[in-house]
Design a protein around this ligand. Structure first.
Ligand code: URA
Length: 271
């Protein structure tokens, strides 16, 4: 039991939990799991006694009937394409109940910056800070992203749309322990991201990191993809190193800077 631990053992236990990915307390009051498990075992035993034996039971009651899975991607596509404004798209996401990540997240993280911006950045998924604030890229990686774009004279809320950026993610809900999004989660969210791009109508897209490239280009391998323009939904699209990667690998900032200059040059050539 936790109260029997010495101070140093309790600290070591906490350190271990942080090491395996626990990054927040989920309850303000302690829960006596031992008492709860005794009560649960008692309830299970009582229920087993009350239940008729399987021999007496009709087969249909023993075997739960499995409903066929709805085509959740088709549902997402229909919901996304029915949205005619960004507000409607946000509402469509709020009503979409097929992605389990939604149940574990505090917030829907939809976008930040100015939708009129010429550049739309597509990141991966919210982390803890984004989940709390309900906005993309507001943690350490987000601060670096802001500094990167400030270096070419751009910022989220720049009064002139020319200098503004608009930011969203592939997933609008935080995955538990910031794990990588699963293929089925990306498949469900892709119709929403595509509609987001169609409604915002940016001139250029930036895909931040491997997950965004996987979702939008169907390819991973950011070290090779970065810096090479391709086209997504009819728009020039530039994969770049994710700012979280740049925090871990500062030597890669050289390439990120080259990509930012390339982006700036492309914007000038299109205007
Ligand atoms: N990383 C992302 O890709 N998106 C966020 O919103 C935050 C961190």
């Amino acid at each position: 039991m936790l109260q029997d631990l010495s101070h140093s053992d309790a600290l070591a236990a906490l350190d271990f939990q942080i090491g395996i990915g626990a990054d927040e307390a989920i309850s303000d009051t302690p829960i006596d799991r031992y008492a709860a498990s005794v009560a649960a075992a008692e309830r299970k035993r009582a229920a087993a006694e009350a239940r008729p034996s399987p021999v007496q039971m009709p087969v249909a009651q023993v075997m739960p009937v499995r409903q066929p899975d709805a085509d959740v991607v088709a549902v997402a596509r229909a919901a996304a394409s029915a949205a005619t404004t960004l507000e409607e798209l946000r509402a469509a996401l709020e009503s979409y109940d097929h992605c389990d990540l939604k149940k574990g997240a505090r917030s829907l993280v939809f976008s930040d910056g100015r939708p009129e911006a010429r550049v739309m950045i597509i990141g991966e998924a919210p982390g803890r800070d984004e989940d709390i604030q309900g906005k993309p890229f507001v943690g350490r990686a987000g601060h670096l992203l802001d500094r990167m774009f400030a270096a070419i004279g751009m910022e989220r809320q720049a009064p002139e749309a020319e200098k503004a950026i608009y930011i969203t993610n592939i997933l609008p809900w935080r995955p538990p322990q910031n794990r990588d999004p699963r293929p089925e989660e990306m498949a469900m969210m892709k119709p929403f991201v595509e509609r987001h791009v169609e409604l915002a109508q940016p001139d250029l897209l930036v895909l931040m990191g491997n997950i965004s490239c996987q979702a939008m280009l169907g390819r991973r391998g950011i070290t090779r993809l970065r810096g090479s323009w391709s086209e997504v939904l009819g728009r020039p699209t530039l994969p770049m190193f994710h700012p979280a990667y740049l925090l871990r690998t500062p030597s890669a900032k050289r390439e990120a800077w080259a990509d930012l200059l390339d982006l700036q040059a492309r914007l000038r050539s299109l205007s």
